[in-house]
Design a protein around this ligand. Structure first.
Ligand code: GLA
Length: 416
C-alpha cells in the first residue's frame, strides 16, 4: 500500500471517529535483521535495516483527560485514563502504547489524546511490529506533548515499555533501528555504546527478500527470556560484564568452566559478533557471496548452538541454499527472535521471481504450509507529518533538533 496511503487512511478514519482531522501522523518502520541475532542483549553487534513497511499513528490532543485509541489492524478500540499511574490492561496491543505513555509521564505531564493506529507490518512475523508501534507512539507524543527525546533516550524508553508493559525482556535493536534507520543503508549497531554506523545497501542488482513461514510458536516468549538469562548467568560465571567481552580465543577456557548447553549459547554469541562485523565489511565492499556465506553460518549457529530455529525456518534456508548462487541466492537465515516467523535472503534482483516461486512451491510440498514472500529495501526510520490547517496536506516535519548519532559513512568507525 505504501506509507502515503497508510497515512491518509489513518487520518481519514481519525476524522470519522473523532469528528475532526488529526494534527499529526507519526510513522515508524518494521525491521529485518541481516545478521547479529541474539547479540543485542549481550552488548554485541547487530546489522539490521528498516523495511519499507510502517506502522502509523494519527493523533491529536483531546480536551478531556482520557486516551482513546482505535486500531485498524486489530479492529478494536481501547480507552484508559491519561493520569498516572499507567497500568497494563486490555486489549493486549494497547500495552505497547500504555508503556510508552508511562515513559513520558516520568518526564512531564501527559494530557488526554486520541489516536488511530494502522500498520502494514505482518503481525507476529519477527519484523518488530511491536517496536514500530512503540516508536510511532513515542514520535507522536514527542510532538503532541512537546517533549522531544534524544534518539538513545527514546529507544530506551520504548524498550522499557516492552519490558514492563508487554513482559518481553528484549534488547535495543528493534527500537533503535525504527528510530535511526537510513534509506539505502543497513545499520551496524554496537549495542554496548549504542554507536551506529550506516552500511550502504542500495545496489539495485541486490534485493533483500523476506520469507514469512507463518509459523508462530507459543513457547517463543518464555524461551527468549530463558536464553537471555542463560547468557547473563554465563557472563557472571566467566567474570565478565557481558558476553561481548568474551573473545573467540577465550572459548577453550570457557568450555572448561561452563556446562555444555551454556557453552553452546556462549559460542553462538561470540562467533555471531565476529560474523556480524565481517558481514558489515562484506556488504560495504559489495562482496555479496561472502555476506551470504556468513548468513548461512549464522543460521547454523542459531539452529545448533542457540536452538532458536524451527523445522519450517530450516526448510526455507535449505531450499535457498540448494538454489545457491547459481540460482541467484547469496545467503539466507532466520531473522528475529526465532521459533517461527521470518527468514531473510540476500538475492540477485533479476532472479527474484524464480526464487519466490521455487521457495513457495518447495516449502508447500515439504511442510504443507504457505510461505508469504516479499522483497524490501532499506527504508528510513521514524518520521512525523503534520498539517498547519485541516484542509492542507500533511507535510514531513523537520527531524528532531539533535543530530543523527549515526556516524557519517566517511568515518570508518568499527568498520575501519
Ligand atoms: C527480538 C528482540 C531483539 C533481539 C532479537 C534477537 O527481536 O526484540 O531485541 O534480541 O529478538 O536478535
Amino acid at each position: 500500500m505504501g506509507l502515503e496511503l497508510l497515512t491518509d487512511r489513518a487520518a481519514e478514519l481519525f476524522e470519522k471517529c473523532f469528528g475532526h482531522a488529526p494534527r499529526w501522523v507519526a510513522a515508524a518502520p518494521g525491521r529485518v535483521n541481516l545478521i547479529g541475532e541474539h547479540t543485542d542483549y549481550n552488548h554485541g553487534f547487530v546489522l539490521p535495516m528498516a523495511i519499507d513497511r510502517y506502522t502509523v499513528a494519527a493523533g491529536d490532543r483531546a480536551s478531556g483527560s482520557g486516551i482513546t485509541l482505535h486500531s485498524l489492524t486489530a479492529g478494536e478500540t481501547a480507552s484508559f485514563p491519561a493520569r498516572p499511574p499507567m497500568r497494563r490492561g486490555a486489549p493486549a496491543w494497547s500495552n505497547y502504547v500504555r508503556g510508552v505513555v508511562h515513559g513520558f509521564q516520568q518526564r512531564g505531564k501527559i494530557g488526554g489524546f486520541n489516536a488511530v493506529i494502522d500498520s502494514e507490518i505482518p503481525l507476529c512475523g519477527g519484523l518488530a511490529g511491536s517496536a514500530a508501534l512503540e516508536v510511532a507512539t513515542a514520535t507522536l507524543l514527542e510532538a503532541m506533548m512537546r517533549l522531544p527525546l534524544e534518539p538513545q533516550a527514546k529507544a530506551e524508553l520504548c524498550q522499557r515499555a516492552e519490558h514492563d508493559f508487554a513482559g518481553v525482556p528484549c534488547g535495543i535493536m528493534d527500537q533503535f533501528t525504527a528510530i535511526l534507520a537510513q534509506e539505502g543503508h543497513a545499520l551496524l549497531l554496537d549495542c554496548r555504546d549504542c554507536g551506529a554506523t550506516p552500511v550502504r545497501l542500495s545496489d539495485p542488482s541486490v534485493t533483500v527478500l523476506i520469507i514469512n513461514t507463518n509459523v508462530r510458536h507459543r513457547l517463543a516468549g518464555g524461551e527468549y527470556a530463558r536464553r537471555r538469562a542463560q547468557c547473563e548467568a554465563a557472563a557472571r560465571a566467566l567474570g565478565v560484564a557481558s558476553l561481548r567481552e568474551v573473545r573467540f580465543a577465550d572459548l577453550d577456557a570457557a568450555h572448561e568452566r561452563l556446562d555444555p548447553v551454556t557453552f553452546r549459547r556462549v559460542r553462538h554469541v561470540v562467533t555471531e559478533n565476529d560474523r556480524t562485523l565481517l558481514a558489515a565489511r562484506a556488504l560495504q565492499a559489495r562482496q555479496w557471496e561472502m555476506a551470504g556465506q556468513l548468513m548461512y553460518q549464522s543460521h547454523a549457529s542459531l539452529r545448533e548452538d542457540y536452538e532458536v530455529s524451527c523445522a519450517e525456518l530450516d526448510v526455507v534456508v535449505e531450499i535457498a541454499q540448494k538454489l545457491g548462487t547459481g540460482g541467484g541466492v547469496w545467503g539466507c537465515r532466520m531473522t528475529g527472535a526465532g521459533f517461527g516467523g521470518c527468514a531473510v535472503g540476500l538475492v540477485r534482483t533479476e532472479a527474484v521471481k524464480t526464487i519466490r516461486r521455487e521457495i513457495e512451491e518447495q516449502f508447500e510440498r515439504r511442510t504443507g504450509g504457505h510461505a508469504a514472500i516479499f522483497s524490501t529495501r532499506p527504508a528510513a526510520g521514524a518520521r512525523l507529518y503534520s498539517r498547519r490547517a485541516p484542509n492542507l496536506a500533511f507535510e514531513l516535519c523537520p527531524s528532531a533538533p539533535w543530530p543523527n548519532p549515526a556516524r557519517p559513512e566517511s568515518e570508518p568507525g568499527v568498520l575501519g
